[in-house]
Design a protein around this ligand. Structure first.
Ligand code: ARG
Length: 463
């Protein structure tokens, strides 16, 4: 007999109900209700298996499975009444099932525990998010490939230390992000594959004496296999941490691109124009168009990385197997997932909508003596100079151009020869930014031919 004031699920040995503060610190229903569908999927699979193994009757399993669908429809319709006294989604669903179907509901929890139940539900939830992330990353890659293809031969300055270094192509710069996102994609796929083992049937921690069929539930829920150690099954949260670290790495990449968009869209750079759809105005300065979406993407890495650190800290000192500390896994993952998806979608929109300003890019590409390395390389090739000496000669020519207030291609041949007598007219052919990028045909280099080859390779890989 359960006492009226104690918990109706586990209150058998309790004389009194919990203190209000106890309920507040203990209840997870406020957030774990997001796993309702996964919880019901898991329970339906469990009920079928119990019946197939002769542990409960087919009739009871049928009633339970139908009743769970009713509960799900109430949740989806928004009519379900959540109760903090029932702690979490698992007990909320089961209690409602009991109201709907009566006695058979009490048989559902045979040969399982909330420990394997929550691990299963949470894995299903995280797995869905990996799948959503995969789709979002693929879409962003497609948007970047469009940009890269359109601007495969548009010249722009390449930077190191944010100082003009050598000319590169717009397409090449876009493709750098495709490479990063490609690695993010492989991390998503890899982690998803590793996590796809089913904890259900590990029960509280030691397995069960009932003749369950763990392969059947694993298969029904789309897992590759049941997890092989019951202690590990209920206490592993690596999958959530791999999700968070994968999200962190991806968000870090998004943040770097966001930072570039913030710089590039400034009046000083004018490399890109962000669409109105992804910018905001200022309430006081009418001329302003602010890259808020990019700034927010840049900021979101903080909370995603924070979630990763927080869960690492929760897990690092826990003895086997389950401890209630682990209930703290969900809010971190939910928040990180929401913000990662939002960041991916916002970046996708910005990349597809932005316009690269070809003229501004080209004008900036030629400034800052960006073809100085080409000049040094010409000295090595045409004059058989050791590179160190060529570097020195070029340095003197840069100093001369700086003094004259002109760019390298504007120096007269006589001025060039005043620094090194061997320099000929031919040197001008390497001093333009177009010649500079076209010459960088080494594998992975910035030459338009290389960029187009990489775009084609990616399209083939993704097809
Ligand atoms: N709400 C709990 C969680 O999220 C479910 C598991 C509770 N298990 C237990 N033995 N109290 O972790």
């Amino acid at each position: 007999m359960t006492k009226s004031s104690s918990n109706q699920m586990w209150g058998g040995r309790f004389a009194a109900g919990p203190d209000a503060i106890m309920e507040a610190i203990n209840a997870s229903i406020g957030f774990d209700k997001r796993m309702a569908r996964q919880d019901i999927d898991g329970s339906r699979a469990h009920a079928s298996m119990l019946a197939a193994q002769g542990i409960i009757t087919d009739t009871d399993a049928g009633v339970i499975r139908e009743g769970l669908l009713t509960v799900l429809s109430e949740i989806e319709a928004g009519t379900f009444e959540y109760s903090a006294a029932l702690e979490d989604i698992h007990m909320n669903v089961e209690a409602r099932l009991k109201e709907i179907v009566g006695e058979p509901a009490g048989r559902l929890h045979t040969a399982r525990s909330r420990n394997d139940q929550v691990a299963t539900d949470f894995k299903l939830w995280v797995r869905d998010q990996f799948d959503a992330a995969e789709g979002a990353i693929l879409s962003l890659i497609a948007g970047l490939l469009e940009q890269a293809e359109a601007g495969a031969d548009w010249v722009m300055p390449g930077f190191t230390h944010l100082q003009t270094a050598q000319p590169v192509t717009w397409g090449h710069h876009m493709m750098a992000y495709v490479e990063m996102l490609g690695r993010d994609l492989s991390r998503v796929r890899d982690a998803r594959k590793r996590m796809n083992e089913c904890p259900l049937g590990a029960a509280a921690l030691a397995g069960t004496s009932f003749p369950i069929d763990r392969d059947a539930t694993a298969q029904a829920l789309g897992f590759d296999r049941p997890s092989a150690n019951s202690l590990d099954a209920v206490s592993d949260r690596d999958f959530a941490l791999e999700f968070l670290s994968t999200a962190s790495m991806s968000a870090m990449h998004l943040s770097r691109l966001a930072e570039e968009l913030v710089i590039w869209s400034s009046a000083q750079f004018r490399f890109v124009t962000l669409s109105d759809r992804f910018s905001t105005g200022s309430s006081i300065m009418p001329q302003k168009k602010n890259p808020d979406a990019a700034e927010l993407i840049r900021a979101k890495i903080g909370r995603i990385f924070g979630a990763n650190t927080a869960l690492m800290m929760v897990m690092k000192g826990l003895p086997l197997a389950y401890s209630k500390d682990m209930q703290e896994d969900k809010e971190q993952v939910f928040d990180a997932a929401d913000n990662w998806m939002l960041a991916l979608a916002a970046m996708d929109g910005m990349v597809r909508d932005m316009t690269a300003n070809r003229e501004s890019l080209a004008a900036a590409a030629g400034s800052g003596f960006s073809t100085a390395t080409d000049l040094a390389d010409w000295c090595v090739r045409a004059l058989n100079m050791p590179f160190r000496e060529a570097h020195h000669v070029t340095g003197s020519l840069v100093a001369l151009a700086e003094k004259e207030g002109c760019d390298l291609p504007d120096l007269l041949l006589t001025q060039l020869q005043s620094v090194h007598g061997g320099i000929t007219e031919d040197v001008y052919s390497v001093l333009t930014v177009e010649a500079s990028v076209a010459s960088r045909t080494s594998y992975g280099g910035t030459a338009p031919s290389q960029v187009r080859a990489q775009v084609a390779r990616w399209r083939e890989t993704l097809a």
